[in-house]
Design a protein around this ligand. Structure first.
Ligand SMILES: Cc1cc2nc3c(=O)[nH]c(=O)nc-3n(C[C@H](O)[C@H](O)[C@H](O)COP(=O)(O)OP(=O)(O)OC[C@H]3O[C@@H](n4cnc5c(N)ncnc54)[C@H](O)[C@@H]3O)c2cc1C
Length: 228
């Protein structure tokens, strides 16, 4: 099938799906899925990580979540593609509380697999890109505080006027990366490091620590592969 054909089919399906969700038409939305279908939701509708298998489970999940989650604005992202007899497309959507992205695979015009993932909470968008916090304030500001002064104020307020929501044990690579991410999400976090300084370095480490940090597990998608 040419790209236009795949696009047409994906966008037609997404429109019908969006319309069914907006109308709270759970039976109609469920009929857009194949009998053998898989919907994996990461937090967006269910607030948990779960895969729903088959129309009955999809229907039960929608019945339990649709009224509160209010999924809407389902929009295709980028062109659809076709591989091993399935049409694939990415899409964006909103819920009452957040915004998410999803992935869809269609077989014979019906949904075979769907992934929905929550990306951000409304009102708590990450300070990234143009919204990123600036380290330096350019221009003439007589009372401007330097980065170090602001840092000292922030440090002295944390735990006193501003309580941390998260305590991170260990200021190594993972601890610092998590702290930086939480800061961009405006979640106050406190890093506790047993050494004098938090340094994400490997110097002076015991060999055992190396082996304990090597990724020793892999994540396997519970969704079936194309052509499976
Ligand atoms: C010899 C060696 C060479 C390596 N070379 C590389 C490399 O070249 N490139 C690379 O990408 N990776 C390398 N690694 C791996 C890399 O160092 C680790 O993957 C990475 O440091 C893991 O980060 P982490 O934050 O999970 O753990 P760590 O970096 O181990 O950080 C954990 C932190 O927690 C602190 N801590 C522990 N317990 C407590 C406690 N109870 N209270 C408070 N603080 C605590 C520790 O002091 C430490 O600072 C190497 C590792 C070793 C050992």
């Amino acid at each position: 099938m040419a790209v236009e054909g795949a696009n047409r089919e994906a966008s037609r399906w997404l429109q019908a799906f969006g319309k069914a969700l907006a109308n709270h038409d759970i039976a109609g939305a469920t009929l857009l899925f194949e009998k053998e279908c898989y919907w994996r939701d990461l937090v967006s509708l269910t607030w948990t990580l779960k895969t729903f298998e088959g129309r009955d489970e999809v229907k039960a999940m929608l019945s339990a979540t649709l009224a509160a989650a209010k999924p809407a604005n389902v929009v295709q992202l980028g062109p659809a593609t076709e591989a091993n007899g399935a049409i694939e497309a990415w899409f964006a959507f909103e819920t009452a509380t957040g915004r998410g992205n999803g992935h869809l695979r269609l077989r014979n015009g019906k949904c075979w697999t769907m992934l929905t993932t929550l990306q951000e909470l409304k009102g708590f968008e990450e300070k990234a890109g143009r919204a990123r916090e600036r380290g330096v304030e350019q221009g003439v500001h007589p009372d401007r505080l330097s980065w170090a002064e602001r840092r000292r104020l922030e440090e002295s307020a944390l735990g006193m006027e501003r309580q941390p929501y998260v305590v991170i044990i260990g200021g190594g690579q993972s601890g610092l990366a998590l702290a930086a991410r939480l800061k961009r999400l405006q979640v106050p976090a406190l890093v506790i490091e047993k050494n004098e300084r938090a340094v994400p370095s490997t110097s002076g480490r015991r060999k055992r620590s190396f082996w304990s940090s090597v990724p020793n597990k892999c994540r396997i998608s519970p969704l079936p592969a194309s052509g499976a």
